[in-house]
Design a protein around this ligand. Structure first.
Ligand code: GAL
Length: 438
């Protein structure tokens, strides 16, 4: 069972003391900002700042507003959330803990350890989440058997977004295999069309790398390498091939991409300034927001060469301990609203993902969402659903940081060989694993 309130405070105090002694976080408090009046309100810390992400959050704000809860949308820019995670820690330091924060994968469990985490269990029990969420996902939302986080969606990572008319211009077919893909890249380059928009920062390159690992091995290989962190898999020929493919991608990527955000890059594909982007289906939110229909003007294609993996990312928000009844009430309304079928439909249509609540109707969703749902089912049957490394669904802090470091080093050092990169990957991961056990 989760900690009772007294034990929680004791644990939080102990952790605060340890952290301030170490000079890392200073004093940690569980109190949030003072209540303003009696109206329930909730601070929602997140990293959803692109056009479609902000629009999706407005759906939530509106629905909560209709239920009498004021939502403060505390969005911190930076795809992938590293800035938002830093802000979360500093808010805790300054006794301004949000009601909920966007936290994913194994980090949900890490936060439980701090004793600063609130509960969503009442809401979960009253709506029977156990029955509505896939067991593996449901488990990741719980600490000691109590729900502490609520899931919003399921995103798929291994997509290629393609501007159909640019492909037509060079007389190319939609690529399905890796070699067809390379053929298309060559044709585009020859015609002076930027083949790929991407590579703006390590997070974007890491996202592409995730998809590439799915092309060199099946779901079993992905798991062995990026989840179980098996040394042989990490330094295998398959991993060498994944790095070789990353080098190929780099050769055909916009050379002026440094610093450009993922949504800027999606915009380049939509506007016909580049032909393709490798990105999770949050890109679809931007396509829709730009007035185009995903699956039509901009095609959604499984990453060419993908074996069988459905690399998934579930966005979740974890509750923090709050200091008043009205804020607790706001947390409960938040949890209930997010899991409601109405929200699941409206939010996910805007966000580009599919509902995480099983059995939610997809009527009115675009072709790509329907395709994603079919592929999810197929992968589930084939045991080929894999949590995304790049989106923090698989690894915690140090290990993921080490993987990203190697990817960045390889990307920025053009004469580093793929062989070298795979060997470095294995040794850096080993080191990070050992360090995190200390
Ligand atoms: C991911 C998040 C997605 C998406 C993306 C870009 O980490 O899970 O929902 O929005 O970042 O911001």
């Amino acid at each position: 069972m989760p900690l009772n309130p007294v034990a929680r405070i004791m644990r939080a105090t102990a952790i605060a003391a340890t952290l301030s002694a170490a000079g890392t976080l200073g004093i940690v408090g569980t109190a949030s900002a003072a209540d303003s009046g009696d109206k329930p309100q909730i601070d929602v810390l997140n990293w959803w700042t692109s056009g479609s992400e902000a629009k999706s959050m407005r759906v939530l704000q509106q629905m909560l507003g209709d239920k009498g809860v004021k939502m403060n949308n505390d969005a911190v820019s930076g795809g992938g959330g590293s800035n938002a995670r830093t802000v979360l820690k500093s808010r805790i330091q300054s006794h301004n803990t949000p009601g909920v924060a966007q936290i994913k994968g194994p980090k949900i469990q890490q936060w439980c350890e701090t004793g600063l985490i609130g509960s969503m269990d009442k809401a979960a029990k009253s709506d029977n989440w156990d029955e509505h969420v896939a067991p593996r996902i449901a488990k990741s939302l719980q600490c000691d058997g109590e729900y502490v986080a609520v899931p919003f969606n399921v995103h798929r990572i291994n997509w290629l977004w393609v501007n159909r008319s640019l492909l037509k211009e060079v007389d190319a077919e939609m690529p399905q295999t890796w070699s067809q893909f390379v053929g298309v890249l060559k044709k585009l380059k020859k015609a002076d069309i930027t083949p790929i928009a991407g590579g703006g920062n390590t997070w974007q390159v890491g996202t592409a790398f995730d998809a590439l690992v799915g092309t060199v091995g099946d779901a079993k290989f992905y798991r062995k390498a990026l989840i179980k962190l098996d040394q042989d898999a990490l330094s295998s020929d398959k991993m060498v091939q994944a790095f070789k493919r990353l080098r190929t991608i780099q050769k055909y990527t916009d050379p002026n991409a440094a610093g450009l955000s993922w949504n800027h890059n999606t915009g380049m594909v939509v506007q016909g300034k580049a032909a393709m982007q490798i990105m999770g289906d949050w890109a679809k939110g931007e396509i829709t927001n730009d007035g185009k229909t995903p699956g039509e003007e901009i095609a959604c294609v499984t990453m060419p060469g993908n074996k069988n993996s459905y690399i998934y990312n579930v966005d979740t928000f974890e509750a923090f301990t709050v200091d008043s009844k009205s804020r607790q009430k706001a947390q409960a309304v938040f949890a209930n609203t997010v899991m409601s079928p109405a929200f699941q439909r409206k939010f996910n249509m805007a966000k580009g993902s599919i509902p995480v609540r099983e059995g939610t109707s997809l009527k009115g969703f675009d072709l790509c969402a329907k395709r994603s749902a079919q592929l999810y089912k197929k992968a589930k049957k084939a045991d080929a659903l894999v949590p995304s490394m790049s989106q923090d669904m698989a690894e915690v802090g140090a290990v993921k940081g080490a993987i990203f470091d190697v990817i960045a080093k390889f990307y920025n050092t053009k004469d580093m060989t793929a062989q070298d990169a795979a060997e470095t990957l294995a040794s850096r991961v080993k080191q990070a694993k050992q360090m995190s056990q200390l």
